[in-house]
Design a protein around this ligand. Structure first.
Ligand code: ATP
Length: 338
């Protein structure tokens, strides 16, 4: 039983009027793993997560949490779920301690255990020095830690975190990332959404890409980094002992199988159609006859490239028009990235 997935989603759909916000998706969350849910604005991440958190009902499909059908018996699985929404509505005239204490009581934690439960989450989220602060006076990073404290108070096994690091500055983002690592070490299963790929990739064991309500990729990160785009080929970084990149680009353009991609400070990024070690060795032997190569290495693809390639393979849909790939942030802006 313990090795079965903690969560299984089968053929889940949810529409709002004519819009299929979530369109027949299926996936599983293995216990103890961190899974990233990535998609542009409007891709269907929040709608999916709200259904998993039993806050909304699907039109069709199944959600099985720890063996229980969460659609039919939501009250049986709620104690397993920690839900952290993307929007925080601050309570007026409520201190940090009162806020967490309120949620502890709402979760029916017995009064003789509340003290320890509060201490645990306050220590974990480092809110000890802010207990008397009014919750509507907290910074964004402090607010996110408060939300996390509230999410953890009932010791849930499954954490569903919707855009938890949106709007955080780089330091708070790093702190949040560290908290996610610690939660993983504690054995939590974590589904975390974002429309920013770069650092979410670092945190997660596997990634689910959503677009226009559907899942367009579900798998581990390494597979994505080591796949290649059929059209572009496998990327290589070539470093030169001199600055004659023109000669290199000419060589590449004349040599079958090579494509010059971009100039680098001391060389170029190029792609080759094959990943076979023998073929690459043969190319390198030829290259060094003509070009002063002093560095040559195969590059990992960036997650952003993999995501865009997968998106390009999708047929255009009405919903896709509403959530264009360009809305996925592929680099890390200081104020809103994970
Ligand atoms: P974001 O990154 O912007 O939070 P998302 O991937 O979480 O986006 P959802 O919030 O799940 O996307 O929305 C998916 C689609 O469903 C969007 O087009 C949205 O406008 C629509 N939608 C979501 N909730 C409702 C609702 N209650 N009523 C009508 N349409 C809705």
């Amino acid at each position: 039983m313990t090795s079965s997935p903690l969560l299984t989603v089968r053929n889940l759909s949810r529409s709002f009027g004519k819009l299929k916000a979530v369109d027949n998706i299926s996936f599983q969350l293995e216990r103890g793993k961190v899974i990233g849910l990535i998609g542009a604005n409007g891709a269907g991440k929040t709608t999916t997560m709200r259904m998993l958190a039993t806050l909304d009902f699907p039109d069709s499909g199944e959600i099985i949490i720890n063996g229980t059908n969460a659609v039919d018996y939501p009250e049986k699985v709620r104690s397993l779920i920690g839900w952290m929404p993307d929007a925080f509505v601050p309570y007026k005239n409520t201190s940090v301690l009162e806020y967490i204490d309120f949620f502890a009581r709402a979760y029916d934690i017995p009064s003789d255990k509340i003290g320890n439960a509060l201490e645990d989450v306050i220590n974990f989220t480092e809110l000890g020095s802010l207990l008397d602060r009014m919750v509507d006076k907290l910074s964004k990073g402090q607010t996110q830690r408060l939300c996390l404290a509230r999410t953890l108070i009932s010791k849930p096994e499954l954490l569903i975190l919707d855009e938890p690091a949106a709007g955080l500055d780089p330091k708070a983002r790093l702190e949040f990332k560290n908290l996610v690592h610690l939660l993983k070490d504690m054995g939590k299963t974590i589904l975390i959404s974002s429309h920013i790929l770069s650092e979410l990739g670092e945190m997660c064991d596997s990634l689910i890409f959503m677009d226009a309500g559907t899942i367009i990729h579900d798998g581990n990160k390494e597979d994505l980094l080591h796949t290649h785009d059929e059209q572009s080929g496998w990327p290589f970084e070539i470093e030169l002992a001199d600055a004659d990149t023109d000669k290199l680009s000419m060589w590449l353009s004349l040599r079958p199988g090579w494509k010059f991609r971009e100039q680098r400070k001391k060389g170029a990024l190029a792609s080759f159609h094959s990943n076979s070690p023998d073929a690459i060795a043969a190319e390198l032997r030829e290259m060094v006859k003509d070009i002063p190569v002093c560095g040559f290495r195969q590059c990992e693809r960036r997650l952003e490239e993999a995501f865009v390639d997968i998106l390009k393979q999708q047929p255009a849909t009405e919903a896709a028009m509403l959530s264009t790939p360009s809305e996925v942030q592929t680099n890390t802006p200081p104020s809103s990235a994970i």
